[in-house]
Design a protein around this ligand. Sequence first.
Ligand SMILES: *Cc1c(COP(=O)(O)O)cnc(C)c1O
Length: 362
Amino acid sequence: MARVYNFSAGPSQLPESVLKSAASELLEYGSSGQSVMEMSHRSPEYQAIIDSAEALLREVLNIPDNYKVLFLQGGASLQFTMLAMNLMNGSHTADYVVTGVWGKKAAAEGAKIGNARVIASSADKNFSYIPKITKDMINPEADYVHVCWNNTIYGTAWHQIPDTGDVPLVADMSSCFLSEPVDVSKFGMIYAGAQKNLAPAGVTIVIIREDLVGKAPEGTPAMLDYKTHVDAGSMYNTPPCWCIYMCKLVLEWIKNDIGGLEKMKERNQAKAAKLYAFLESSKLFKDTVEKEDRSIMNVPFVTGDAEMDKKFVAESKAAGFVNLKGHRSVGGMRASIYNAMQPEGVDALIEFMKKFEAENSK
Ligand SMILES: *Cc1c(COP(=O)(O)O)cnc(C)c1O
């Protein structure tokens, strides 16, 4: 068996040791005589799994006690709607910063619920930077300010938490979740689809400050009300049992194998720094975003020649580096180097790019 280096933006590579653990427990979890996939979600065995996933997440991310953790379905995309339904409940206005496709979609869903105002956007330069946000740009009456923390498609990320005063900050962290420590107390809510950096597709994590729960308007469908899920410990209905179990395994890997989020950050920064340094020195490849706004998770790059990009994608694939084709809105290539991408994978990619450059320079 030969596993490839998978640079997919999501679903994406999982740590090999986690896949092996899952495989070893696939037919029988513990001494339960059954697979996690077959277990009743109301069984004590399963309760222990979801409790342990939540406890590990709280520990690894250092989540304060006044925040609730939810395991939901519907992807980050459902959160665009759900957060607006639940949180746009005071002035019925919310401020959005649009730094890419996902932030734009979030704002569009918000606009279906209330008055969603775009206070800044980087659309003018194809989302290649993060706009500066100052407090005077924010409506002090807004119910929240929404940002997309890591822009998966464009390869930009926030590196500073904007000061929104008393207005709760809501962040889509789908593509950078658990890539580095985050001061959760600075946010009203954080959410993340798991399939980028945590687990297989099928579960979405919501971390929400207690006082923001229970404010959905009368008549909100039960499944779309955070309070329903808080009250039921994410088990109002059948949760994505297997995915939550996988979250547990990945969190154990972060805690025990990597050594926590500070170490995770060092490892991720080192990988990204090597790749960006190579792009800066290369005569063939170049990166596409403002230096200070670079993501350490998604690294887009181009040759400037669509035919050459195509050739690179084809040859890299044949050499075992898969899913390097860029998103159609940026073109070129994109290497998603999430938590599970081992440093050797990035080293090997850089070596391959050097070789390709040497073979293709005029
Ligand atoms: C992938 C992605 C989404 C969409 O996630 P789904 O789980 O497919 O709905 C939203 N936001 C960001 C930042 C993403 O990377």
